[in-house]
Design a protein around this ligand. Structure first.
Ligand code: AMP
Length: 268
């Protein structure tokens, strides 16, 4: 008689450990100002918050825990000291513990998705994560690269732009928002996911949960200790404001509109 097979790491009965990436970015409601030397945007004295797509990622992880699909949620933020506030927000929403990957403020401008992906991949292995859950996009760099590169480095399947995630026997069924419709895929675990806008509506942290979050554990790690070199691979040449929109004109009727369009060189 053959000895029984050792249990597979990812059976349905086993709840998952979810690693969530949360970036501290300039708040979405802030009017962005470009630095006069065009080297970047003004960040000093500007309100920052958790990247909105990362709130959706945290919410999804918390719902997985509430459904007993997840057993632990570890939130990671790579950033300056204030990234701890972002971690605390995620902890107040229901994450269990945090990892602050310390990136000095003056290196944040050159921190790129490849660096973050290497860090997240290392931590996913170290923490024995089953799911890496990210936002689809950081609203400051608009890269939409980190989830895909993290999956590639780990050689794990990816379900990006997720608008629905369900646990199935073999792994996950992910509905993805693609151009003009939805795509449903089945992927095995471990896997990397990225949250799209319609995945859920994130909860607000309640005051008691904000208080509880203060007691949760947040470890600090330096990128070097994970073997990740943060030297920049891309040079930003110039950052410029979008062109200012010119004032509109009111026209009396269609003939006048057509006349004006012709003046501007538009033809039918
Ligand atoms: P991006 O590829 O830069 O658009 O970022 C996509 C996602 O990667 C974000 O929504 C976050 O979940 C994650 N991410 C990017 N940068 C960081 C960071 N500095 N710390 C933690 N997570 C990050």
């Amino acid at each position: 008689l053959l000895p029984p097979l050792p249990p597979h790491k990812h059976t349905v009965t086993m709840a998952l450990r979810v690693l969530v990436g949360c970036k501290r970015v300039i708040d979405y409601a802030v009017k962005i100002r470009v630095k006069p030397d065009k080297s970047g945007v003004v960040t000093e004295g500007v309100k920052h918050s958790m990247n909105p797509f990362d709130e959706i990622a945290v919410e999804e992880a918390v719902r997985m825990k509430e459904k007993k699909i997840a057993k632990e949620i570890v939130v990671v933020s790579c950033g300056p000291a204030q990234a701890q506030e972002t971690i605390r927000t995620a902890l107040a929403m229901g994450a269990d513990r945090g990892i602050h990957v310390e990136v000095p403020a003056d290196q944040m401008d050159t921190l790129q998705p490849l660096h973050v992906s290497k860090i997240l991949a290392k931590l996913a292995e170290k923490e024995a994560a089953d799911v890496v859950m990210l936002g689809k996009l950081a609203i400051d760099d608009d890269s939409n690269q980190t989830a895909q590169m993290t999956a590639s480095i780990l050689d794990w399947p990816q379900g990006v732009f997720a608008s629905k995630v369900e646990k199935t026997d073999a792994g996950l069924t992910v509905t993805r928002e693609v151009d003009g419709g939805l795509e449903t895929i089945k992927i095995n675990l471990p896997a990397v996911l990225s949250a799209d806008l319609r995945l859920n509506e994130p909860r607000y942290a309640t005051l008691p949960n904000i208080m509880k979050a203060k007691k949760k554990k947040v470890d600090k790690v330096k990128p070097d200790s994970l073997g990740v070199d943060l030297s920049p691979r891309i040079k930003v040449v110039a950052v410029e404001d979008p062109p200012v929109r010119e004032a509109g004109q009111t026209v009396a009727d269609v003939d006048e509109l057509v006349g004006k369009l012709k003046e501007k060189g538009f033809s039918s």
